[in-house]
Design a protein around this ligand. Structure first.
Ligand SMILES: NC(=O)C1=CN([C@@H]2O[C@H](COP(=O)(O)OP(=O)(O)OC[C@H]3O[C@@H](n4cnc5c(N)ncnc54)[C@H](O)[C@@H]3O)[C@@H](O)[C@H]2O)C=CC1
Ligand SMILES: CC/C=C\C[C@H](O)[C@H](O)/C=C/C=C/C=C\C=C\C(=O)C/C=C\CCC(=O)O
Length: 177
């Protein structure tokens, strides 16, 4: 199961939280209800789509960034639970940088960017600097996650400079306490 739907809307920022985060949480719970071996399901893989903006600050997309940070926190947590509870379901996050899809066109619209519309050229400069990925590489990353039985909870990053790779949270998968 892939929870992929997302919007970039800083003007209607509640919608951004609803679509990008609340729906991912709801989708994951529904998926687990059907897939978890605890409920008589056959197990499987759930992939939740976040963004590189879920790992870094995004000055012109603060709520988009918050929603995507939330996806990572939720997914890593529920992946840990799935492992402890022997659900037989692996759950991962994928964080692409800029990808060549209609989502990128939203930066040209005041109705999406709201007060951050004035910074649209800065976002375009970032795209020029970091490049724009072909969607096929995201598909390739997702297939490798589905095939890799050892990576429950891992956060995959996909960038033009480093390709498909993983965020390193350290040996204990947590921050220093
Ligand atoms: N394009 C990019 O640069 C990046 C996109 N992402 C994420 O990838 C995912 C897919 O986005 P893209 O394909 O790039 O954008 P897109 O705009 O081409 O596709 C988004 C999809 O979400 C669906 N959607 C939006 N609101 C919905 C709702 N309320 N109910 C059901 N479906 C809804 C749309 O119908 C559309 O099919 C999103 O979660 C996005 O945040 C992550 C990193 C980079
Ligand atoms: C503006 C359109 C809407 C959404 C944007 C996307 O969600 C997208 O994910 C935002 C990406 C922001 C990318 C910012 C920087 C990209 C950096 C690099 O590609 C390479 C630099 C560092 C790599 C870090 C790493 O891989 O460890």
């Amino acid at each position: 199961m892939v929870n992929n739907a997302g919007v970039n809307n800083e003007k209607d920022w509640e919608k951004t939280i609803n679509v990008n985060l609340t729906s991912v949480i709801r989708g994951t719970y529904i998926g687990l209800e059907h897939m978890s071996k605890k409920n008589g399901g056959q197990g499987g893989v759930i992939i939740n789509i976040s963004s590189l903006a879920g790992l870094t600050p995004a000055a012109y997309q603060p709520v988009y960034s918050a929603s995507k940070h939330g996806v990572i926190g939720f997914t890593r947590s529920i992946a840990a639970l799935a492992s402890i509870g022997n659900y037989g379901v692996r759950i991962n996050t994928v964080c692409p940088a800029f990808v060549d899809t209609p989502l990128l066109e939203t930066i040209e619209k005041e109705e999406n960017m709201g007060e951050f519309y004035q910074y649209k050229d800065k976002l375009k400069d970032m795209m020029k600097c970091y490049g724009v990925l072909d969607p096929s590489l995201i598909a390739k990353g997702m297939v490798s996650l589905i095939e890799d039985e050892s990576s429950n909870g891992a956060v995959m990053k996909i960038t033009t400079s480093r390709g498909i790779h993983f965020e390193d949270f350290g040996a204990h998968q947590t921050t220093k306490i």
